[in-house]
Design a protein around this ligand. Structure first.
Ligand code: ATP
Ligand code: MG
Length: 386
């Protein structure tokens, strides 16, 4: 029935002077997401983006790919018709028969949007006229202007587009319209969701993973790569950096109080992440903490961890319950991978009784026993980029 997909941009369209820039970002993302399909044409017609597959078999798969793009609020499968009354009336009847057959509808409303003011019939008059055409061609059908079973939309632009269905998508802002963030990506449930949430608001994502090979397994690395791959459907290409923290963990174990281990290790992670960010033009760090979830996520712990760096650490999940986070991770498809049982570094070196209310002074005292700069220089040598 349908031969192209109309893309509605939501918030993007509201961005005034930036509109052109947002549209360009969005069009680039659409091109990238559909590049596996042959001869898909993507074009703009008076404020809307249209995707026209050359092969109708690709239609549903293209929708699946495009519905994950941030900045799009609705997708409408639609029909392009020549801009003359006769052709439009003919197609409306075809579309309506299809809807009656497939959706069992009883009531409808026609809504014309005449962006091209040269078109000879005004919107309200055209609604009435097309409504009349439908009523005279179908039995047991009524107009309902308040709560119809279906809307029949008629968009009159350079060409004319008619459609009825609207597919809800992820919303948000196009990637790359709000700076760059370095996501501290562990193999857990939370950090992939944190990355998703920031990407949804337009942040371009790079990722950083700390392991302790051979104390953490090769499979743990593979799991993190898999999570990165899953996030790429939404975020576009994500560069994943991995660093082996083993030397740091050994030094902490040998020189510091056991209860402070996690906080000390986290402060190192933040310092390393900050350094990588500065060297690569990244604006913020992103982590998956949720307030009070574990010992290292109390207010006191978070304050002491943050104190190690100047770069902002954004924690988009901070006010969410675990159940809410799990729900999103299921929705975006990372949950099943996140719960695979391969350990990342922190569980192996985790203290039995971690400090829940660490004092900065005590932590700094412990750090006096470490050659911080030298340790960072050492582990940064293990950097791998995937
Ligand atoms: P997650 O489910 O994301 O693993 P978590 O509930 O296990 O989080 P923590 O272990 O306290 O919580 O980690 C808090 C945050 O610190 C993580 O969400 C992540 O952003 C970062 N982090 C923890 N461990 C690592 C690691 N090995 N590599 C990279 N980032 C990490
Ligand atoms: Mg974890």
């Amino acid at each position: 029935m349908y031969n192209l997909i109309a893309v509605s941009m939501g918030e993007v369209a509201l961005k005034g002077k930036n509109r052109g820039y947002f549209e360009k970002k969005l069009t680039d993302r659409i091109k990238r997401n559909v590049k596996e399909f042959e001869n898909v044409s993507i074009y703009k017609d008076q404020g809307k983006i249209f995707i026209e597959p050359s092969n109708s078999e690709d239609f549903d798969r293209i929708i699946e790919k495009v519905r994950k793009i941030f900045g799009i609020v609705l997708l409408s499968p639609c029909i392009k018709v020549e801009k003359n009354v006769e052709s439009i009336e003919k197609k409306i009847i075809e579309l309506f028969s299809y809807l009656v057959k497939n959706k069992g509808i009883k009531t409808f409303k026609v809504q014309t949007n005449r962006t091209d003011k040269e078109f000879e019939i005004k919107s309200l008059d055209f609604n009435r006229r097309l409504g009349g055409v439908i009523l005279s061609n179908f039995n047991d059908i009524k107009v309902d202007v308040h709560n119809p079973d279906v809307f029949i939309y008629v968009d009159i632009k350079t060409d004319c587009y008619i459609y009825s269905e609207r597919i809800k998508t992820v919303g948000g802002l196009p990637i790359g319209t709000n700076g760059k963030g370095l996501l501290l990506l562990s193999g857990g449930i939370d950090s992939p969701v944190a990355g998703y949430m920031m990407a949804k608001r337009g942040v371009e994502i790079e990722a950083l993973y700390f392991h302790t090979y051979p104390f953490s397994s090769e499979r743990a690395n593979e799991k993190v790569k898999k999570l990165r791959d899953l996030l790429e459907d939404y975020c576009g290409k994500i560069r994943l950096r991995s660093i082996n923290m083993l030397e740091i963990h050994k030094a902490i174990k040998a020189n510091c109080l056991e209860k402070n281990t996690t906080i000390l290790a986290r402060r190192f992670m933040m310092r390393i992440a900050e350094r990588i960010s500065k060297e690569n033009g990244i604006d913020i760090l992103i982590t998956g903490e949720s307030l009070g979830q574990v010992a290292s996520q109390t207010i006191e712990s978070m304050c002491v961890i943050e104190n190690a760096v100047d770069i902002p650490i954004i924690k988009p999940l901070v006010g969410m319950d675990k159940t809410e986070i799990v729900e999103i991770s299921k929705e975006i498809g990372t949950f099943e991978t996140s719960i695979l049982p391969y350990e990342d570094c922190c569980q192996i070196f985790a203290p039995k009784h971690p400090a829940t209310k660490p004092k900065l002074d005590n932590i700094l005292e412990d750090e006096n026993n470490l050659d911080i700069q030298n340790l960072i220089d050492t582990v940064i040598q293990t950097l791998e980029i995937n």
